[in-house]
Design a protein around this ligand. Structure first.
Ligand code: PBE
Length: 297
């Protein structure tokens, strides 16, 4: 059965539960159904502006010959909901996944091997500021420039949020338990009196967590932070146009390469705030598939 690669709206993502139910029997008859049929030729993606969607649709599909697969658009939250539903029923599912992310603590998952290296190696997450921020808000600029932590810290905040805390409370709790690290971000930074800063972020769980932690740190030295949730394209465009002051969720050099190139010269790259990310196609450990190459069998 040939399926066209189509952009499917998030409304369709809601029907994934049905699609997963349809695949229920195939897991028991895996000798007779192809790998593609087991998965209903469906990869559960996230928001279309995400770099991982761009890489999957424009590079992974042609490189591995997955033209008859559907890459379903949705959101990070719809992806994790579909993953949980399938996992709880031990049904087949493939998602676009990334680390650090709480799903690896909550579920037993594995990345499919990517022998062609399309998703790239480990990346850094960068802090990106609008031009002129240093002149207008030197203290905020300095703190943002000094913001740096490790995947294990980010994972702790993500897990707190996943366990039910709201992101602001999780950030405050984590900061109070990690005062020494947070003090390296505020070191030598003078307090301010209610200066306003706008941080832009996308609703990816890792970026939700990091953005709230940085908001907390900036507010601890007197900033009044407006945290604005947008899509990926508007996040980069907003920093380039100056409508947002900064963001802390730029995955480089691969994932956000297109956005970086599009707006180069219209933002200031403050460098890495975290190293050691990973991107790829992710399946539950109970699935008998090891490589993206296996999907074409
Ligand atoms: N992510 C999380 C983003 C960057 C951070 C991997 C979903 C993306 O694909 O653009």
């Amino acid at each position: 059965m040939l399926k066209k690669l189509v952009g499917i709206t998030s409304a369709v993502a809601l029907t994934l539960g049905l699609a997963a139910c349809g695949g229920e029997e195939t897991s028991g008859t895996s000798e007779t159904s192809s790998v593609g049929e087991q998965f209903d030729h469906t990869i559960v993606g996230i928001d279309p502006g995400a770099g991982i969607m761009n890489l999957t649709i424009n590079e992974v599909v042609p490189e591995y010959g997955l033209e008859d697969w559907n890459i379903v658009e949705g959101s990070g939250a719809a992806m994790t909901a579909a993953l949980k539903r399938a996992y709880d029923n031990e049904e087949p599912i493939i998602v676009t996944g990334w680390s650090p992310h709480w799903k690896f603590a909550a579920f037993d998952l594995k990345y499919l091997d990517d022998p062609k290296g399309v998703y790239g190696g480990a990346e850094d997450v960068h802090t990106i500021a609008r031009q002129g921020l240093q002149e207008d808000h030197p203290e905020g600029y300095q703190l943002l420039d000094q913001f740096n932590w490790g995947p294990e810290h980010l994972e702790t905040v993500m897990n707190l949020i996943q366990e039910g805390q709201n992101p602001s409370d999780a950030a405050a709790q984590w900061a109070s338990e990690n005062e020494e690290l947070v003090s390296t971000w505020t070191e030598g930074v003078n307090e301010v009196d209610g200066e306003e800063l706008t941080l832009l972020y996308v609703a990816w769980d890792d970026v939700i967590a990091s953005s709230h932690v940085v908001e907390y740190a900036l507010e601890s030295i007197g900033f009044d932070v407006d945290l604005v949730q947008v899509d990926a394209g508007p996040m980069w465009a907003g920093i380039a146009s100056g409508s947002g002051d900064a963001m802390v969720g730029a995955w480089l050099p691969t994932t956000h390469a297109d956005y970086y190139a599009e707006y180069e010269g219209q933002f200031e790259d403050l460098g890495s705030n975290l190293t050691g990310t990973k991107l790829g196609l992710v399946v539950p450990a109970y699935m008998d598939v090891e490589s993206i190459e296996d999907l074409v069998e």
